[in-house]
Design a protein around this ligand. Structure first.
Ligand code: ZN
Length: 397
């Protein structure tokens, strides 16, 4: 099985997963010299060749400089660029402060960059570019705004001070599965073409498609759309999962291009992914038991789980990215997140705080990850493991 085939299978089995942030560049070859981020970042214009060898000119702020002159840059649209020194053609200060583009500026930029045929809908936090009609775009934006509010409320109550997003949150909605596959392959690589949707750390966008497109008659009213997507709860969970990743990164719970352990970012998305389509006023079901993940974890724990399972999960992403072990590891990441948020919330929040304060492009070793977990969550992993299993097994009864 080729690596690409393995990854496709992996994506198909998980439904979605695009938290890789490295398919088209994403890290720099030289060690980091300094972090350039400041409270008053300067706006610069940079001309360079991108990872596909295409010439680019962007305006943005330099976040990080590598020892050899390589740069990590954030564009005014929120996209991240890694630029190797040999690809940088020019760099010029624009004598102005960096500011993210407004909703209107971002809409104009997307109109230029996207293929023809997209319409735009915006709400307080979201800019939806759609090929699937305004009705579906508005339904999506409504769903995302409710999730956004529930997410913010959840963390505010836990003293994690979620930030207001610096950039409008962009969602691209393709007409159907086929259009999605074509767009995804060009945007992020063929690996995501078979997913149901993805969030890209690099572009900061979520990309999804009209889940009602397979219906005999297209759903147009909000009620029809809600009825249609409710018939496919797995698909809608995928959309909510990807939207949660985007909110978590933009509300400052995680920082893009830092060492974010996959169990933690995926665990958080799975904690929120059970959709609440019935409540129009809010998202009352945040943090309910995720039945699919629970069932899988209990089966895993009974048959295949090794005594060092917690240690391997928190110290490395390997079990979550390996086709053979991913579904079990995702279930364990959900269970661990659920357990920690229910029983050791200050410890979990302490670990989140620590991780989001890391420098960009600095990747931790498994030993360092384990040390962070021990310091913030529990030093005695054996004991924690016993408590964890006992707690999760009780959920069922
Ligand atoms: Zn995910």
């Amino acid at each position: 099985m080729s690596a690409r085939h393995a990854r496709r299978q992996f994506l198909a089995r998980l439904g979605s997963q695009s938290l890789v942030g490295g398919l088209l560049g994403g890290t720099l070859s030289s060690p980091i010299l300094r972090a350039d981020e400041s409270s008053q970042p300067a706006l610069e214009e940079l001309t360079f060749q991108d990872a596909r060898q295409r010439p680019r000119t962007i305006t943005g702020q330099v976040l990080t400089t590598a020892q050899d002159g390589g740069l990590l840059v954030e564009g005014q649209d929120g996209r991240l660029w890694t630029i190797e020194p040999q690809d940088l053609k020019s760099r010029q200060s624009l004598s102005a402060a960096f500011t993210p583009w407004t909703m209107r500026e971002l809409t104009s930029a997307l109109e230029r960059d996207l293929p023809p045929g997209f319409e735009f809908t915006s709400t307080k936090h979201y800019l939806v570019a759609t090929q699937a009609g305004k009705g579906y775009a508005q339904w999506c934006a409504g769903l995302f705004e409710r999730l956004f509010q529930a997410f913010q409320n959840f963390w505010k109550q836990r003293d994690l001070e979620p930030a207001a997003p610096a950039f409008p949150l962009v969602a691209i909605v393709l007409k159907n599965e086929r259009q999605f596959a074509r767009f995804a392959a060009a945007d992020e690589g063929p690996e995501v073409a078979e997913a149901k949707g993805y969030y890209s750390i690099i572009s900061n966008r979520i990309v999804i498609y009209d889940l009602t497109s397979g219906d005999r008659a297209p759903a147009t009213t909000a009620a029809e759309i809600a009825r249609s997507v409710s018939a496919h709860p797995f698909n809608i969970a995928t959309v909510v999962h990807e939207a949660t990743h985007q909110i978590a990164f933009n509300a400052g719970l995680h920082l893009r291009m830092t060492d974010n352990p996959l169990w933690l970012t995926e665990g958080m998305a799975m904690f929120f992914e059970t959709p609440d389509l019935t409540s129009r006023s809010g998202w009352r079901t945040v943090g309910l038991v995720n039945e699919v993940r629970l069932k899988r974890f209990l089966e895993f724990a009974a048959k295949r789980r090794r005594p060092d399972s917690l240690e391997t999960l928190v110290s490395s992403d390997a079990r979550l990215t390996n086709t053979e072990t991913a579904v079990d590891a995702y279930a364990e990441a959900w269970a661990l997140t659920y357990f920690l948020l229910r029983t050791r919330q200050p410890a979990y929040c302490g670990l989140l705080r620590k991780l989001r304060e890391q420098p960009r492009l600095h990747w931790l070793t498994p030993t360092e990850r384990l040390a962070d977990f021990r310091e913030h969550v529990a030093d005695d992993l054996k004991r924690l493991d016993q408590d964890f299993l006992r707690y999760i097994r009780k959920i069922k009864s």
